[in-house]
Write a protein that binds this ligand. Structure first.
Ligand SMILES: Cc1cn([C@H]2C[C@H](O)[C@@H](COP(=O)(O)OP(=O)(O)O[C@H]3O[C@H](C)C(=O)[C@H](O)[C@H]3O)O2)c(=O)[nH]c1=O
Length: 175
């Protein structure tokens, strides 16, 4: 695994070290030890999957306040997504800033999102599937959200959402 810290300290874009042979390749997609070497303690307890049937489906932008914050490792295992993280850590020099990365089933990149961040994505093709490793068990009713087009964050999405849940469409704007 090759870790590349993003401009938002503590978040990493991760590339696979593919071991190729005539059959194809083998690669380690996650390892607590390799994370520890990067200084990251990440011991996932839950894995999630979302299927997004239509192109330009937007999910998010979600976060949870303490004590229900979640760290997550996100990967697109089919299709492609524009994945966005926002630094919500009040003591961070990049608080309020966002980063967007393309995760696809071809680049096989993943993004590690530490606690204190919001996360959302826009699919770039139909039938895109997203796989998550989560640091904590889901606690219903504790999800909070940021509206995808809130001018406060001014996220530059590649397209408008064609599909978005009513919940995600109506998150409050930062006043
Ligand atoms: C997140 C979650 C949801 N659910 C149930 C709750 C609903 O009945 C159903 C769909 O939930 P929701 O509409 O919140 O799913 P997403 O919009 O994909 O939420 C995710 O989208 C953004 C991009 C994320 O980063 C989070 O992982 C997560 O918030 O699954 C569960 O049972 N367990 C879970 O961990």
């Amino acid at each position: 695994m090759r870790f590349h810290e993003t401009d938002l300290k503590g978040s990493y874009l991760i590339e696979l070290d593919e071991i190729n042979d005539e059959r194809g390749f083998f690669a380690r997609s996650f390892c607590t030890h390799e994370f520890l070497i990067q200084g990251i303690t990440f011991n996932p307890v839950q894995a999630n999957l979302s299927l997004n049937k239509r192109k330009h489906t937007l999910r998010g932008i979600h976060y949870q306040d303490p004590p229900h914050e979640e760290a997550k490792l996100v990967r697109c295992i089919r299709g492609s997504i524009f994945d966005v993280i926002i630094d919500l850590r009040e003591d961070s020099p990049t608080s309020g800033q966002w980063v967007g990365v393309e995760l696809t089933d071809k680049n096989r990149k993943s993004i590690y999102i530490p606690k204190g961040f919001a996360h959302g994505f826009l699919t770039l093709e139909p039938d895109s599937e997203v796989s998550y490793l989560m640091s904590d068990h889901h606690v219903p009713g504790k999800g909070l959200g940021i509206r995808w087009n809130d001018p406060f964050y001014n996220i530059q999405w590649p397209a408008e959402p064609a599909v978005i849940s009513d919940k995600d469409r109506n998150w409050p704007l930062v006043s």
